[in-house]
Design a protein around this ligand. Structure first.
Ligand code: FES
Length: 62
């Protein structure tokens, strides 16, 4: 599913960046994908996805 329509960023891409590359904050996601840099409507949903991914990432780190 696309989270950011302006830049074609999917929820899968956000999860992948968080888990594989440790990009767990919205600033990092913006930097990597340009998400939220146009209309900004996607930022809230992207933050929610990051919140879901964080516990998974912490499990993998330990
Ligand atoms: S939907 Fe992401 S910047 Fe517009």
């Amino acid at each position: 599913m696309y989270v950011c329509l302006c830049h074609a960023v999917s929820d899968k891409k956000i999860r992948q960046l968080a888990v594989d590359q440790g990009v767990t904050d919205i600033r990092g996601i913006k930097k990597c994908t340009a998400l939220g840099t146009q209309c900004g409507r996607c930022v809230r949903q992207a933050k929610e996805i990051l919140e879901q991914v964080k516990p998974i990432e912490l499990q993998q780190a330990s």
